[in-house]
Design a binder for this molecule. Sequence first.
Ligand code: NAG
Ligand code: NAG
Ligand code: NAG
Ligand code: NAG
Length: 364
Amino acid sequence: MKPQQYKHSLICFFFFFAPHVIAVLVCSSGIQVAHASSHHHHHHHPRGGISKLFVFGDSYADTGNNRKPASSWGVPYGITFPGKPAGRFSDGRVLTDYLASFIGIKSPIPYRWRKYAGHRIRDGLNFAYGGTGVFDTRISPDPNMTTQIDFFQKLIHSNVYSKQDLSSSVALVSLAGNDYSNYIASNGSIQGLPGFIVSVVNQLALNMKRIHDLGVKKVAVIGLQPLGCLPRSTASSSYQRCNGTENMAVGFHNSLLKEAVAKLNTESKSSAFVILDLYKAFTTVFNTSQNHPGSVRFENPLKPCCVGTSPEFSCGSVDFNGVKRYTVCENPELAFFWDGVHPTQQGWFSVYSVLQASLDQIYT
Ligand SMILES: *[C@@H]1O[C@H](CO)[C@@H](O)[C@H](O)[C@H]1NC(C)=O
Ligand SMILES: *[C@@H]1O[C@H](CO)[C@@H](O)[C@H](O)[C@H]1NC(C)=O
Ligand SMILES: *[C@@H]1O[C@H](CO)[C@@H](O)[C@H](O)[C@H]1NC(C)=O
Ligand SMILES: *[C@@H]1O[C@H](CO)[C@@H](O)[C@H](O)[C@H]1NC(C)=O
């Protein structure tokens, strides 16, 4: 790969929005250490008075709400965990699973299985649906963020969760990526994009306030990942260069989100809202892989494990005779990205390792 070119697009980005460039070295040394411990200890002891996780989001957070024939229910998804396709958009665990393990609870059951969840509903619920956004998206008929919160509100009104349950809970919010891919796919103009970003963040902030007003103690929202570095955007450069235009748009989203969260915190008087900065976490992992070739885990972090045999086919695609139109790398542990959009389990694990330092905000 040609790291210089890849770095170049990031430099452009940071030139405009240089908010946080510091924690790089600190984080990168933390990765390996955290790695050793977390896979082997799955304590399920909630700590710090937080015992439930409610999740509102898209495919970065969905653990099975999405219905067949979504790609997440087809081979080769889930090959690492649980060993077969099970509704996660990855070869294995996703962000939700790692956040749950951080809190010390089991990963919350997908909302659509709530009736069969029994006591597991004590861990919270996952309302995330792959493909969805703050607003409706073309690619998904599934519930948008507003409707996901409506589901949650109905359960509260029917006393499935008490006030006390809610006051010991955290919400994870992973949304907005699909709003932007939808905007671009539906021919939205680049000139109109800033205005659209403003409306997405405004709606997102209103929704987050609504979750908090329902009684949830802490609301953790993702700072959007660098969309321009997703394989679907870097494929045209053979996975060498991030799309600077897309990353700049994400930078604008993230800076507005930061302001919105600061405002919400001033109004709530309790720092109820926190940002989990996926942008910084992803780019830190990319940089770490490049700057420490000795300890490489991701040879080219921009290159996905599962790739269509030609650009019109995606991971999991088969022809009418069931013949595969994709290839899977030999060792998904060595790839950061699984498919054109989603990290592998190992990718999510390294993102989580970088985020860990900031996850303590949930307890403050
Ligand atoms: C979310 O979906 C509902 C139900 O389809 C729709 O009425 C509502 O307008 C949507 N909300 C937003 C913010 O797009
Ligand atoms: C795309 O945008 C152009 C210019 O705004 C417009 O003329 C065209 O009809 C649009 N196409 C679609 C499919 O919306
Ligand atoms: C970057 O993304 C924008 C928006 O999706 C697109 O119009 C542009 O062609 C992309 N640039 C490159 C170099 O691929
Ligand atoms: C990644 O590396 C680029 C180029 O060296 C640098 O500009 C950027 O700040 C780094 N980003 C992070 C989050 O480490």
